[in-house]
Write a protein that binds this ligand. Structure first.
Ligand SMILES: Nc1ncnc2c1ncn2[C@@H]1O[C@H](COP(=O)(O)OP(=O)(O)O)[C@@H](O)[C@H]1O
Ligand SMILES: [Mg+2]
Length: 295
């Protein structure tokens, strides 16, 4: 995936730096320090109103790799499709879900938390019931702050809470952005990738102005990169031109291992622990820890 570029300053006697797919020199992100205690969580929303860009895949695999590094992680399924729940092998029916927590049927979010087969990675499931939530919540007082209130009851137990958003900018996503300290935007490297990102950034700015002044853009993570195609490389170049250092150095390659792992209901770190796809999510975890987006 690396290329050598001639326009990088060369000091005499030094090899030119090896550049990564974003055109920046490759950083060897340090192994994260071991945490002596856990919590309170930093809450990160994975948002993009486009479907199929890698939000759920990134939530699962970033969650699993952060857990490998000893972080206590809670992944919240915030999409009525329930792909996160299924992808982590957690039941979605006849259990309490995020919907019950939003509606206040049960007050303590711990009751909806499930352990997964990955030690350190827990999940709050969702199912199609969640699609009714917007209608139910629209007349609530402080309707944008309901998820934030729900997550406060579990925040102390985790280092990071990842919210897997649905592909829309509606009330549920606004709840996720209001609850979050940071936003991570997965961006599929295809021609129309940039369409819609401006609207998403505008939405984040509105939420910052009106509801959550502290919210930060933690980064844009390019997904489904195929270094063999000119198209993929060109789109990545345009994304970097548009967003600069907000584009994370870690780029997730396109591989069938990801859909295969979802079928197996396992993170890539369990399904194919030695595959470069697992390594790329380990690197993403290290990069986010190095940037301070995660403890
Ligand atoms: N890096 C990747 N390479 C190949 N397929 C991927 C990759 N990331 C995700 N996928 C597949 O693309 C589809 C959409 O990904 P998903 O994470 O569900 O997107 P979203 O949650 O944004 O809708 C899924 O079938 C998933 O397995
Ligand atoms: Mg999804």
């Amino acid at each position: 995936m690396s290329v050598q570029r001639e326009d990088v300053t060369e000091l005499p006697g030094m090899e030119p730096p090896v550049l990564g797919p974003t055109g920046r020199p490759i950083t060897d992100f340090a192994l994260p320090p071991i945490l002596k205690s856990h919590g309170p969580a930093r809450i990160v929303a994975l948002c993009n109103q486009k479907g199929g860009v890698g939000k759920t895949t990134t939530t699962i695999n970033l969650g699993a790799t952060l857990a490998e590094y000893g972080r206590k992680v809670l992944a919240v399924d915030f999409d009525p499709q329930g792909a996160l729940t299924a992808g982590l092998g957690v039941p979605a029916h006849d259990v309490l879900t995020i919907y019950d927590l939003l509606l206040g049927t049960t007050k303590d979010a711990h009751e909806a938390v499930h352990h997964t087969a990955t030690p350190g990675l827990d999940v709050v499931p969702a199912n199609i019931d969640l699609s009714a939530a917007e209608v139910h919540l629209v007349n609530e007082v402080a309707r944008e702050q309901i998820l934030a209130r729900v997550l406060r009851t579990v925040s102390a137990d985790y280092d990071v809470i990842l919210i897997d958003c649905q592909p829309s900018l509606g009330l549920l996503t606004v709840n996720a952005l209001t609850a979050a300290h940071g936003v991570l935007i997965p961006l599929e490297l295809e021609y129309f990738a940039l369409r819609g990102v401006a609207l998403l950034v505008e939405t984040i700015e509105k939420v910052r102005d009106r509801l959550n002044p502290a919210i930060e853009l933690d980064g844009i993570v390019a997904t489904m990169y195929d270094p063999r195609t000119l198209h993929s490389r060109e789109v990545l170049e345009r994304v970097v031109e548009a967003f600069g250092d907000q584009v994370l150095e870690t780029v997730i390659g396109r591989t069938v291992k990801f859909p295969d792992a979802s079928v197996a209901a396992a993170p890539i770190t369990t399904f194919a622990p030695e595959h470069s796809a697992a390594e790329s999510y380990r690197q993403l975890a290290r990069e986010l820890i190095a940037r301070g987006a995660v403890a």
